[in-house]
Design a protein around this ligand. Structure first.
Ligand code: ASP
Length: 623
């Protein structure tokens, strides 16, 4: 392989990652995570006063003199104390003899959650007193010296994973919440997956990790952006919704494999799977096509996937946008279970049922249905065990239609059929939502539909390039973003029927959640200008730098961004992305710990030429 000399120098120090070493079974949550997903066990006690972690000690350490640092989890009858660190729990025996009175006093007086340092010998627990539920349950520490490093006041909640706390309280005292094993696991798993992604991208595939600015310019279209005032009157920066423009400019700059763990900002309020600031694994490559990006991502996920989960099977299945919408009523189908949408328009071509007739007579009018297995359990509406249909519409359905419906829908006794009539897309998306609602309902009644250990990846491709704008359906907006290239066979449609043009946009879906999206980009300035100005009616001046760059020998390129928070949330099975972010914002976008956003005194706003009129000021001046 030929490298310019500086490049070979740069890469000389790097070797292919070492194969995973076989380690003894450590037992604790974090150790098993490390063992399974990292190739080497790191040294946890280098550079610090402890010799070992609490969770690491086993019978193999018997007789060793150790120094441990940790938090007091609990104390029993002033004889035992359980010490905790990130790695686990260990039992410490509080000495009872006179000569160790000062050690006893320290360990008995320190409140729970105080942080202490103890030194002593690893001994085996008396026969019959081993605790098989505790990874360290065969041993205990016979303490010689103890030091109270810092005492803990009465806590707002107990640091025990099983003690339920409201999310608001957890966020207000996030630094305490982080002490839970679950949060430790989530953040450490996140760190390891990112590490392996870097390794895969940079060391195995020559990507370059490049930081891009977070103070930037407004981007036309897309998400609402946060503004940052500048000292120039009336001028603002914007926090970028993604490094999209920069990564494309890097391709023009010849950095042909870019990657970044990028912080992105969107002023859209929080939802369970959104945060105003979030992280993307952002990727861009030159001279690549859609299948190249897809294979890269499949390899990346396979490589970085924690080995304690079922391995990722590649290649991922692919579905077109049209098929996803028609079959699952959404562009992010949860393919872990059936209940697919079925077109039953033909059954009702000659119906006398008014609303069906009406729907079928309109353009794109359809009748669609889904069959909910055992649905009678949750909503006994349609079929009952006597095969008498239990629905107001049933009287108007002819016997032949009924038989045809049963055949098409493959209904069984106790199943429920949900039927809707209307315009294709609307009918599908309505049934798509009902499908998910019913799945949730069935699962709360104990029907197992989705295997929690299953990770079902899916590529959704062939999106339309444009969608009608929600607020004004006559205008177009980009389905992905305005830099997305049209499907090569649909370019001519841009000039005739742009609504029909498909794009080279692909989304990655995991268990019904969009965890990534990207596209092959437009690298021709003229086409980009036409799409921005003529079709999207955007102000091209805002993007003149990008248009100019495309004219200076921009290579063909494409990329993708994975939503890291969502991905880790799904991998760890967490209920919310806030559970995989160290310091997340609340549902309303607030930092409850520091009370942010906060007001700023008028003098501090002066340099920015900003004056605040509060809603109450308005009222006062209006009177
Ligand atoms: N920048 C895009 C996004 O944030 C991803 C991409 O097209 O690479 O959705």
């Amino acid at each position: 392989m030929y490298f310019p000399s500086w490049l070979s120098q740069l890469y000389r120090g790097l070797s292919r990652p070492i194969r995973r070493t076989t380690q003894p079974i450590w037992g604790s949550l974090y150790r098993s995570l490390l063992q399974s997903s990292q190739r080497r066990i790191p040294e946890f006690s280098s550079f610090v006063v402890r010799t070992n972690t609490c969770g690491e000690l086993r019978s193999s350490h018997l007789g060793q003199e150790v120094t441990l640092c940790g938090w007091i989890q609990y104390r029993r009858q002033n004889t035992f104390l359980v010490l905790r660190d990130f790695d686990g729990l260990v039992q410490v025996i509080i000495p009872q003899d006179e000569s160790a009175a000062s050690v006893k006093k320290i360990l008995c007086d320190a409140p729970v959650e105080s942080v202490v340092q103890v030194s002593g010998t690893v001994i085996s627990r008396p026969a019959g007193q081993e605790n098989p539920k505790m990874p360290t349950g065969e041993i205990e520490i016979k303490v010689k010296t103890a030091e109270l490093l810092n005492a803990c006041k009465k806590l707002p909640f107990e640091i025990k994973d099983f003690v339920k706390k409201t999310e608001a309280l957890r966020l207000q005292y996030r630094y305490l919440d982080l002490r839970s094993f679950q949060m430790q696991y989530n953040l450490r798993l996140r760190s390891q997956m990112v590490m392996k992604m870097r390794e895969y991208l940079c060391n195995l595939h020559g990507f370059v990790d490049i930081e891009t600015p977070t103070l930037f310019k407004r981007t036309p279209g897309g998400a609402k952006e946060f503004l940052v005032p500048s000292r120039e009157p009336g001028k603002f920066y914007s926090l970028p919704q993604s490094p999209q423009q920069f990564k494309q400019l890097l391709m023009v700059g010849g950095l042909d494999r870019y990657f970044q763990v990028a912080r992105c900002y969107r002023d859209e309020g929080s939802r369970p799977d959104r945060q105003p600031e979030f992280t993307q694994i952002d990727i861009e490559m030159s001279f690549v096509d859609q299948t190249g990006i897809q294979s890269l991502i499949e390899g990346l996920l396979q490589y970085s996937w924690p080995n304690d989960k079922d391995p990722v099977v590649v290649p991922f299945p692919t579905m077109t946008f049209a098929e996803a919408l028609a079959t699952y009523g959404t562009d992010k189908p949860d393919t872990r279970f059936g209940m697919k949408i079925i077109d039953i328009s033909d059954v009702f071509r000659n119906t006398e049922i008014g609303f069906l007739q009406d729907a079928l007579s309109k353009p794109h009018g359809t009748v669609k249905a889904i069959c909910i297995p055992e649905g009678a359990e949750i909503l006994p509406v349609f079929l009952n065990t006597n095969r008498n249909w239990n629905s107001p519409v049933a009287n108007f359905i002819m016997e032949s239609q009924r038989l045809e419906l049963i055949r098409l829908m493959e209904t069984q006794e106790e199943d429920m059929v949900l039927l809707t009539a209307g315009e294709h897309n609307k009918a599908c998306s309505l049934l798509g939502k009902l499908r998910l609602e019913c799945a949730d309902l069935l699962e709360t009644r104990g029907v197992v539909l989705r295997d929690p250990t299953l990770f079902s990846f899916l590529w959704v491709v062939d999106f339309p390039l444009f969608l009608p704008k929600e607020e004004n359906p006559r205008e177009l907006e980009s389905a992905h973003h305005p830099f997305t290239a049209p499907h090569p066979s649909d370019i001519h449609l841009l000039y005739t029927e742009p609504k029909k043009a498909r794009s080279q946009h692909y989304d990655l879906v995991l268990n019904g959640n969009e965890i990534g999206g990207g596209s092959i980009r437009i690298h021709n300035a003229e086409l980009q200008r036409y799409i921005l100005a003529t079709l999207l009616k955007e102000d091209v001046k805002m993007l003149s730098h990008l248009l100019q760059a495309l004219d200076y020998g921009a290579p063909p390129h494409g990329g993708i961004a994975l939503g890291l928070d969502r991905l880790i949330c799904l991998v760890t099975g967490s209920p919310s992305i806030r559970d995989v972010i160290a310091f997340p914002k609340s549902f309303r976008g607030h930092d409850l710990m520091s009370n942010t956003p906060d007001s700023v005194p008028p003098e501090e706003l002066k340099p920015y030429h900003i004056q605040v009129s509060r809603p109450t000021d308005f009222k006062v001046s209006a009177h």
